[in-house]
Design a protein around this ligand. Structure first.
Ligand code: HQG
Length: 212
């Protein structure tokens, strides 16, 4: 498979396994799983034929590890990101002190008022690092990095889950647990060059930028 064929197949699988199983003539079980055989047959029927080897290639090479096989290899599901009703059955976990969320500046007023809400998805998605988080934000407009005081939230009783592919999931983030970092011009360029962001993600910086 060429890289563009792999990306195209991955996008179709995201659609089918997270949002619209009927696009490949399949149904998901209550935890989001489908038999691999049924998926391959459904993809063929939808004019998006894929061999088992190609499916494995898409799953293994996916940078965000969006899909997972069951232990016996007979079933497949998306690890997170669903809009269809599924219960992923992750166990609650204690999060690190700080987590990050990438969003766009145009959402800030609403986030200031309501906190982070899950919208169409089952959870608000948070990340343990900033680089991918910023890319996620830039899908929606001018990117904005929010630091989430996850340790404080957890201590206050909020329940966190971690998906198989390392995404932190939570029902809601109230505004008082969000710290703001504005990334424009030079700062943003510098951050892009340094994925570990040693300067702009210091807790002291984050804590000085209270959102509420
Ligand atoms: C924003 C990627 C207004 C929120 C990533 C985001 C992620 C608010 C947008 C996954 C708001 C929702 C999810 C409020 C939140 N008012 N806007 N109160 N609260 N928002 O696509 O987090 O590539 O549903 O900040 O890695 O962008 O799909 O969520 O900008 O894990 O595998 O509303 O997508 O993974 O957008 O992305 P989305 P997201 P994949």
């Amino acid at each position: 498979m060429t890289p563009s064929q792999t990306t195209s197949a991955s996008k179709f699988l995201s659609l089918v396994l997270r949002h619209e199983p009927s696009a490949a003539h399949i149904t998901l079980d209550s935890a989001g799983w489908v038999e691999v055989e049924a998926l391959l047959a459904g993809c063929a029927k939808a004019g998006r034929a894929l061999t088992r080897d190609e499916l494995e290639h898409v799953v293994v090479t996916n940078a965000k590890k969006r899909f997972e096989f069951s232990a016996d290899g007979t079933r497949i599901r998306a690890s997170q990101g669903h809009s269809v009703e599924v219960e992923l059955e992750y166990a609650p976990q204690e999060p690190p002190e700080l987590l990050y969320h990438g969003t766009a500046t145009r959402f800030l007023d609403s986030i200031r008022e309501k906190g982070l809400i899950k919208g169409q998805r089952h959870h608000v998605h948070l990340a343990a690092e900033t680089k991918v988080t910023l890319e996620v934000g830039s899908r929606h407009g001018k990117p904005l990095l929010l630091t989430i005081l996850a340790g404080e939230m957890h201590a206050a009783g909020h329940v966190f889950y971690r998906s198989t592919n390392g995404v932190w999931l939570v029902e809601h983030v109230p505004p008082n647990f969000i710290r703001l970092q504005t990334l424009t011009g030079k700062k943003y360029d510098r951050l892009k060059m340094d994925p570990f962001c040693p300067i702009f993600c210091r807790p002291s910086f984050c804590h000085s930028n209270r959102l509420a």
